[in-house]
Design a protein around this ligand. Structure first.
Ligand code: ADE
Length: 229
């Protein structure tokens, strides 16, 4: 599975990719991530990626041409996919006006061969990108960020961990147990059983987890869990 990110701030991604499971996953060859600088797809002397809005108004708008060129270039890239003639690609644009991202969408994206992620910046992005270029418009929540870089990281991590070979077997097992209902997240504890940060404060691990009674533990976890479908 390949992620192609289009951004005017490629350096935002460097640190994260060097220090996460994403790095390991790439080393193993389970996923591949390439970050592309939008400025490399401009054709003017100043490498301009934005311009003033038609109709007036403050701020600048990201232009459509460099984005179109970048997406065309990436769509035409040949991927090393076994036994496949056509690669399954989706172009995603991040915008607070998009569909709210969730686990179900991540599961669908994990089946693709290539995901092209367009990160907006500045005040706006020419609306024709949303209308004609993007297959999906996605928001990561009802709040406004400075751009699509953080949403792209959120999406890539969520999708990548669903790609076979990315996370360890023990983690996968946890998910398999609960497959009927979706992904279960329950509270976890480790030693010490009793933590006393101050004299009058005793913070204990729930007794049931120390009981050794697996059925009871399972029931407790089920009660406490959040199910993410
Ligand atoms: N760009 C700015 N805010 C955003 C959000 N909440 N989700 C996706 N893209 C964004």
């Amino acid at each position: 599975m390949k992620f192609d990110v289009i951004t005017i701030f490629p350096e935002i991604f460097d640190f994260y990719f060097k220090h996460s499971i994403i790095k390991k996953a790439q080393k193993k060859g389970a996923i591949k991530i390439q970050v592309h600088n939008l400025r490399d797809f401009t054709s003017d002397k100043h490498k301009s990626v934005d311009d003033k809005p038609f109709g007036g108004g403050r701020g600048m708008v990201l232009k459509i041409e460099p984005i179109y060129k970048a997406v065309q270039f990436l769509k035409n890239q040949k991927l090393k996919i076994k036994n496949k003639k056509d690669k399954k690609t989706k172009v995603i644009l991040f915008t607070p006006r998009g569909k709210k991202f969730n686990q179900k969408m991540a599961t669908e994206f994990a089946k693709l061969d290539q995901v092209i992620l367009i990160c907006g910046r500045y005040e706006a992005i020419d609306e024709r990108v949303a209308k004609y270029i993007a297959d999906e418009k996605i928001s990561i929540g009802d709040y406004v960020l400075m751009g699509g870089e953080l949403p792209a990281l959120v999406l890539m991590e969520t999708v990548a961990r669903l790609v076979p070979g990315v996370i360890e077997k023990s983690e996968l097992l946890k998910e398999r147990i609960t497959k009927k209902k979706g992904f279960i997240e329950y509270p976890q504890y480790t030693r010490p059983e009793l933590f006393e940060p101050q004299k009058d404060k005793k913070w204990r691990v729930p007794k049931v987890l120390l009981s050794g009674n697996h059925k009871k533990i399972e029931e407790w976890r089920e009660k406490q869990s959040k199910i993410i479908e």
